[in-house]
Design a protein around this ligand. Structure first.
Ligand code: UDP
Ligand code: MG
Length: 315
């Protein structure tokens, strides 16, 4: 029977865990698939740890990783991805915002041959501010980065073993998994769902955490911020030259006298434009260094013919 790994980052979720486990356990799809659940306890300071130990004792399908402190959801997910052994891997939250009853549909799509199944949120049952934020953020990300899937897709997804293997090669430290998986480019399908409100407890994401994750998304998948210098530089140099021409014509045609300092002011202005362009050039080099240090695979192979499967892994 195929094994499904369910990876769940957990931060202060004592009120949700047991119900979550029993819902997963009783899903109809686990009559013809086996599952393992990998809970990654991300430095919780409520009763989460005890509950997880108890669950792991009563059911061998429950695996449990305890981190020394709160490292954040992305790190917790990565720990789970490093320790799972399923044929398909599902990452999800345990606050019922990623509804367990959708798992059978995800597995069905995987059975029918898709490497990745993304779960896209149709309506967010969250505050106005968070909704607006998500809308602006995801459309900016779509426009300015290499990520070309529209809409609000979080960490609720299924990937197969092949994708996991490539994903685990990406050891970048500023992690943005919801961008790294699409970057790999495997065959995917999208299921739209209505994201309900959180079960019990409260969100573990402060505004600062969210902003940091958002920055990771933009900075890890786009060099646009580094290229800003080019736009500013061109604008300044161009407008500076227009000023200079204006001064020169006014001097030549209308005999308007300008003090040396005034000429110098305009020249100075143009030089600032060149400085911005220089900053952009430096930015390009930093971008290259940044890309190298991310150490992503150079290419990702879909299939091969008449070649051994483990030659040339793309790293
Ligand atoms: N989480 C985590 N570490 C954190 C914050 C959250 O492992 O520092 C877990 C949390 O237990 C939940 C998932 O990540 O399973 C999503 O977090 P949350 O529901 O707080 O985020 P939201 O749904 O509000 O974006
Ligand atoms: Mg949540």
């Amino acid at each position: 029977m195929p094994l499904i790994s369910i990876i769940v980052p957990v931060y202060n979720e004592e009120k949700n865990l047991e119900l979550f486990y029993s819902q997963i356990k009783n899903l109809p799809c686990f009559l013809d698939h086996t599952f393992e659940m990998i809970f990654v306890n991300d430095g919780s300071n409520d009763g989460t740890t005890e509950i997880l130990y108890r669950l792991a004792q009563s059911d061998k399908r429950i695996k449990f990783i305890e981190l020394t402190r709160n490292f954040g959801q992305q790190a917790a997910l990565t720990a789970g991805l490093d320790h799972c052994s399923g044929d398909a891997i599902i990452t999800m939250d345990c606050d019922f915002q990623d509804p367990p009853e959708l798992i059978p549909e995800m597995i069905k799509q995987w059975d029918s041959g898709f490497d990745i199944v993304y779960m896209r949120r149709r309506i967010r049952k969250e505050g106005f501010f968070k909704r607006l934020n998500a809308r602006i953020y995801y459309s900016l990300l779509y426009r300015f980065s290499d990520l070309k899937i529209r809409g609000s897709i979080g960490e609720f997804r299924l990937i197969n073993k092949k994708v996991l293997c490539e994903l685990n090669k990406m050891r970048e430290k500023s992690r943005y998994l919801r961008g790294m998986v699409p970057w790999l480019g495997h065959k995917f399908m999208i299921i739209d769902f209505d994201r309900p409100a959180r079960g019990a407890g409260k969100t573990g994401f402060s505004f600062l955490n969210m902003a940091r994750l958002g920055m990771n998304g933009i900075l890890s998948f786009s060099l646009i911020p580094l290229r800003l210098g080019l736009l500013i530089g061109i604008f300044i140099v161009f407008s500076g030259i227009v000023f200079m021409i204006y001064l020169a014509l006014n001097y030549l045609i209308n005999n308007q006298f300008y003090k040396l300092l005034e000429w110098l002011a305009v020249a100075n202005y143009i030089m600032i434009g060149f400085l911005f362009i220089l900053l952009w050039i430096i930015g390009e080099y930093i971008g290259k260094i940044y890309n190298e240090t991310k150490n992503r695979p150079i290419y990702v192979i879909e299939n091969k013919a008449n070649l051994s499967p483990d030659e040339n892994t793309g790293t």
